[in-house]
Each structure stands twice: as structure tokens, then as C-alpha cells.
Design a protein around this ligand. Structure first.
Ligand code: ADP
Length: 597
């Protein structure tokens, strides 16, 4: 049930009261007028009856003078009939003698027998001599007076009703005209309050004061419009600046409003989420699906919404999502206006695939190093224990064999410790002392150092070289370790009885020297080839089949590229073998600069 309450203004109440009062007044005047007219008519009618009865009395005396009773009756009847026929309003005429006996009584044939007159008028019949001859009574129907009063009433009612309607109409029109200006002003104010700045109001036939008010309003509206335009320009500028910053930012940024609708996605976010802007804009971020078909933001956004804002401000929600094998760190933080009103949230996306891989590799490295250190130490301990306890019982050859194995393990341990030390030294900005050296001597020395290993694996090694290899300036020890790394890897990954080829050539008009180590080993899959020089990277990281720390090739790359301005490369075919190589300039860059100076 609706409970509608009409609120009337004072003005409306005045109008209604005025209308009611005027209605009451008009009705009272009408009733009074009708009552008065009716009264006057009744008196007039009464007089009319008197005149008729008096005239009849006089006439009757005259026409019956000297007649006997029978003739008198006949004459009176004839006279009455003529009058009754000609006067529709007379119901009956009655003549009586002086004693009051009826001489003649005649009724109007049009009125019927039972018609009761509304007025009866009686006049005595007195002769000029003063003799009472009787009386005449006339009954009048009152029809005329009724008709007249009905017509008069109707006319008066009509006149007063018309007068009332005109009066009411005039009042309403007047009220409408008075409030028209207020309504125009009200409409203008309402438009302005709804933001239609610049809206103008116009008034025709208004007073000067009102026109001034209208002009002031229009002026205010115009000023508001100009202010709004300036403000919009400023806001647009600010927004564009902000958008430009967000769009260019190196991290992905997705901005959502209070209703989870995406309102901004920068280019980087589109790349990371592998979507186009139009696919994401104006959609709910919870509906975004990763490559696996999971709604990867849904749960975290719910968690974000369930957490109090003060808490989330200090500690934004962080989580990782995976899109097409890339790990993307996502951080959800709330957004506030300057007035501290919450308006939505922002999701920052950072590609942490490399860092995650690096973390994994670092973990593998730690486990590899500890594994690698434990193995030679265990071998050394058990061999030394055996020699210490039972050494006297062994012949010289067995003792030599034991010592050779101990030596091998110590060399391996030493190399590993050197690798780890070099890793921190070479990765830092330490400069390596360089001196002119014969590269062929270095190559041959490396080949000699791995003789024992070669023998262990039944492998052959060959060295080829182009003519006139120039003397080059480099850090002997680090280049030696780089080459030893290549050769020991080749030994590690070569099958029994395989051959390892070392080739030394000059390139670029004898300005560069290239050394390659080719084996017939397992080779490296193309997707791993770009990564083998990364630190901690090992193809066998997950299997532990071949020993290593994943540092060797990274050290080679650092030595060659960072410290000698050269280049490392690998060419490999899985199942067939690999060629690892490096190129170093004959004269290092820093020496060239010195020479130029
Ligand atoms: P590690 O010291 O563990 O051998 P490296 O940096 O020397 O580490 O090598 C990195 C990875 O490169 C190795 O795990 C191996 O999978 C691959 N690799 C290096 N040399 C060869 C090669 N000659 N043949 C096949 N794979 C190789």
C-alpha cells in the first residue's frame, strides 16, 4: 500500500482557500438572489390572482344585474367557461351568494378534477350601492410562477457558475503567470546542479528585476562552463601524463575500478598476459584465464577484498602466476584519491622468470657443489686411510697407483675450488694482468695436463693450427683455465674411444685468434645451446648424471668476453657432438687505445 502525502505550499493553500471562500460566497449570493426573486414572484402572483378575482366580481355584478337566479347561474357559467378556457393558469372559479351558498362553480377542463390549486383568492361582490351580492373565489394553479422561478433559478445558476469558472480560471492563470518565472529559474538551477554548465534561461515579458536575476544566473552558468572546460583540460592533461607514465613503465600495470572492471592495461601487461587491450578493457579481471585455462587472479582478488584496507596498504598481496612457462609476479595494491577515498586497485606484473630460474639454478648449484666436494674428499679419505693402515703391505706399483688417484682427486678438487674462487673474482670488476704469450704453447700445455683423463676414458686428442699464429696479449692463467674447461667438458661428454680436436686459427687478417674444441659426444639440444654459458646452468641439473657445478662455461664466457673483449660460441648437434670455441683479439682493446693515443 502506498502512502502518498501531498505537501501543499502556503501559496497553494491560499489559492485553495480563496477558491473555497469565493465558491461559498457565490453560492450564498445565488441562493439569496433566488430566494428573493421567488418571494417577489409569489407576491406578484398573489396580486395577479387578486386582480382577476376582483375583476370577475365587478364583471359578474354588472352582467347579472336584475336577473333571476336561473339566468344569473347561466350567465355566470358562460362567463366562467370563457375565462377558464382562455386562462390556463386558473383551476376553478366559484361564485357564492351573500349567504355563502354556491351559485356556480366551474373547473378548468385542462386541469382535471383532482388538481389542487396552489393559491386561492377571494373577492366580495359588492355593488356600487354597497349591497353585498356574494363572493367570487378563484383557484390558481401557480404553473406560471413555477415556470418563471425554474427558468430564473436555472439562469441565475448558469450565470453564477460561469462567473465562478471565470473567477477560478483568472485566479489560476494569475498564479501560473506569477510562478512562471520561478519555474524557469528552478529549471535552470536544476540543470546546473546536474552538470549542464552553460545552460541559459530566457524570460519574455518579465519585470526588470526578474530580467536582472535571469542575466545574473546566465552569467554564473557561463562562468561555470568556462571553469569546467579549463578544469577538464587540466584533468585530461594530468590523466594523459599519468597514462603515459603507466603505459611506458617497464612493468605490466593493470588498473581496475571499484567494480573490478579493467580501466587501463599498459603495453607491457598486454605482452605479459598475452592479451590485447580491447580484450581486457571493461571486463572483470577475475575472468582472465591463464594459458592453462585457470582464473589465475580470482582467488587472490577475493583475498584482497576480504583483507582490511589498512592492512593491505602496508602489505600488498603478492603472488606468482604462470603464463606460457613464464613466471609473473603479481602485486595487488589499493588505489585512493587525494581525499583518501578508495577507488579501485592496481595490479603490477613483473616478469620474474629469469630470477626464478636463477633461484632454482642457485639451489642446484649449492647441492651440486656440496655433492662435488664430498665425492673427492670421501675418495681422498678412504685412499689415505688405506695407505696409512695397510701401506706397508702394498708394493711400489700399487702405492704409485693410489698416489696417482689421490693426485687426480686433488687436481679435481683444486679446479673446483679455483672455479668457485674465479667465479667471484671474475664476476667482480677485477682486471686481469695481460702479457704477450705464445698461444700454441698454452694449447699444448693444456693438452698435456689432461693426458691422465684422456687415458682414463680412452680418448685421443689432436691439435691443428693455421700457419704463423701471432703472439697475442692475454692473461695466460685465465685463458688456460678456459681452454682446460672446454677440453675437460669434451672429455666428460665424449664416448669411450672418441677423438677430441683442438683447432687454432687466425681470423680477421690475423687480428683475432680462434680456438675450437670439437668432440664426438652427446651434443646439446638447440634450446639449451643459448643457456650453456649462463651461470649455474647445467643440462643435467635435474639428473646429476655427470659431475659439475654449472660454473665452468660461465667462467669461460666471463674470461673471454668481459676480460679479453672476445667472443664465445657453441655449435652442436645432439647425438653427433659439439664444437665449443672462443675468439680473442691479438691485441687487447685497452692496448689498442693506448697505441692510438
Ligand atoms: P659443468 O662444470 O657442470 O660441466 P659447464 O658450465 O662447464 O658446467 O657446462 C654447462 C653445461 O653445458 C653442462 O651441464 C653440460 O650439459 C653442457 N656441456 C658443456 N660442454 C659440453 C659438451 N662438450 N658436450 C655436451 N654438453 C656439454
Amino acid at each position: 500500500m502506498s502512502n502518498t502525502k501531498v505537501n501543499l505550499t502556503t501559496q497553494n493553500r491560499l489559492i485553495i482557500t480563496g477558491l473555497i471562500l469565493s465558491t461559498v460566497l457565490i453560492v450564498a449570493i445565488a441562493v439569496f438572489a433566488i430566494f428573493n426573486i421567488q418571494k417577489k414572484l409569489n407576491i406578484g402572483y398573489q396580486n395577479f390572482g387578486q386582480v382577476i378575482s376582483k375583476t370577475l366580481a365587478i364583471e359578474s355584478i354588472e352582467i347579472t344585474r336584475g336577473l333571476n337566479i336561473e339566468e344569473t347561474k347561466r350567465i355566470l357559467k358562460a362567463h366562467s367557461d370563457v375565462i377558464l378556457k382562455s386562462h390556463n393558469d386558473i383551476v376553478y372559479i366559484e361564485f357564492r351568494d351573500a349567504a355563502g351558498n354556491i351559485i356556480y362553480s366551474g373547473r378548468n377542463p385542462h386541469k382535471g378534477e383532482d388538481k389542487v390549486p396552489s393559491i386561492t383568492v377571494n373577492s366580495p361582490m359588492i355593488t356600487s350601492d354597497g349591497i353585498n351580492m356574494g363572493s367570487v373565489t378563484v383557484g390558481l394553479s401557480g404553473n406560471i410562477i413555477n415556470e418563471i422561478s425554474t427558468t430564473t433559478r436555472a439562469s441565475l445558476l448558469f450565470v453564477f457558475t460561469v462567473a465562478w469558472v471565470v473567477f477560478a480560471f483568472v485566479i489560476l492563470i494569475n498564479t501560473y503567470l506569477i510562478t512562471r518565472e520561478l519555474r524557469i529559474l528552478h529549471e535552470g538551477v536544476s540543470k546546473i546542479s546536474h552538470g549542464a554548465f552553460g545552460y541559459k534561461i530566457e524570460g519574455k515579458d518579465v519585470s526588470t528585476e526578474v530580467q536582472e536575476l535571469f542575466d545574473a544566473f546566465n552569467d554564473m552558468s557561463n562562468r561555470l562552463h568556462i571553469y569546467e572546460e579549463q578544469n577538464i583540460e587540466q584533468l585530461t592533461l594530468e590523466r594523459n601524463k599519468l597514462e603515459a607514465v603507466l603505459l611506458c613503465i617497464a612493468n605490466g600495470v593493470v588498473v581496475c575500478d571499484n567494480y573490478d572492471n579493467v580501466v587501463l592495461v599498459n603495453n607491457h601487461a598486454q605482452q605479459l598476459l598475452e592479451v590485447e587491450e580491447k580484450q581486457l578493457l571493461d571486463t572483470k579481471i577475475q575472468q582472465y584465464m591463464d594459458t592453462e585455462g585457470n582464473y589465475c587472479f580470482k582467488d587472490k582478488i577475493e583475498e584482497f577484498k576480504d583483507t582490511p584496507l589498512e592492512e593491505i596498504q602496508n602489505k600488498p598481496i603478492e603472488f606468482n602466476i604462470e603464463i606460457d612457462k613464464r613466471v609473473i609476479k603479481s602485486v595487488i595494491s589499493p588505489m585512493f584519491t587525494r581525499n583518501n577515498d578508495y577507488v579501485g586497485y592496481i595490479i603490477v606484473l613483473i616478469d620474474v622468470t629469469k630470477e626464478t630460474e636463477m633461484d632454482q639454478m642457485r639451489a642446484h648449484f649449492i647441492s651440486n657443489v656440496s655433492h662435488e666436494l664430498r665425492t673427492p674428499v670421501t675418495v681422498l679419505r678412504s685412499y689415505i686411510d688405506t695407505l696409512y693402515n695397510y701401506g706397508d703391505e702394498f708394493d711400489i706399483a700399487t702405492k704409485k697407483e693410489f698416489i696417482a688417484t689421490l693426485n687426480q682427486e686433488i687436481i679435481r678438487l683444486n679446479r673446483m675450488v679455483n672455479d668457485i674462487l674465479d667465479f667471484s673474482r671474475l664476476d667482480a670488476n677485477a682486471t686481469l694482468e695481460k702479457s704477450p704469450n705464445n698461444i700454441m704453447e698454452l694449447v699444448e700445455s693444456c693438452a698435456n695436463q689432461v693426458q691422465v683423463l684422456l687415458k682414463e676414458h680412452n680418448l685421443k686428442i689432436s691439435i691443428s693450427k693455421s700457419d704463423d699464429i701471432p703472439v697475442a696479449t692475454f692473461n695466460y692463467n685465465s685463458i688456460e683455465r678456459a681452454l682446460i674447461n672446454y677440453i675437460s667438458n669434451a672429455i666428460k661428454y665424449s664416448p669411450e674411444n672418441g677423438e677430441i680436436k683442438i683447432a687454432v686459427t687466425t681470423l680477421n687478417n690475423d687480428n683475432d685468434i680462434q680456438i675450437t674444441v670439437t668432440d664426438q659426444g652427446c651434443g646439446i639440444a638447440p634450446e639449451h645451446q643459448k643457456k650453456v654459458f649462463d651461470r649455474f646452468f647445467r643440462v643435467e641439473n635435474d639428473t646429476h648424471t655427470v659431475k659439475g657445478t654449472g660454473l665452468g662455461l660461465h667462467l669461460v664466457k666471463t674470461t673471454i668476453e668481459k676480460h679479453h673483449g672476445g667472443k664465445v660460441f657453441v655449435v652442436s648437434e645432439p647425438g653427433k657432438g659439439s664444437t665449443f670455441g672462443f675468439i680473442i683479439p691479438v691485441v687487447p682493446m685497452e692496448n689498442k687505445i693506448k697505441m692510438d693515443k
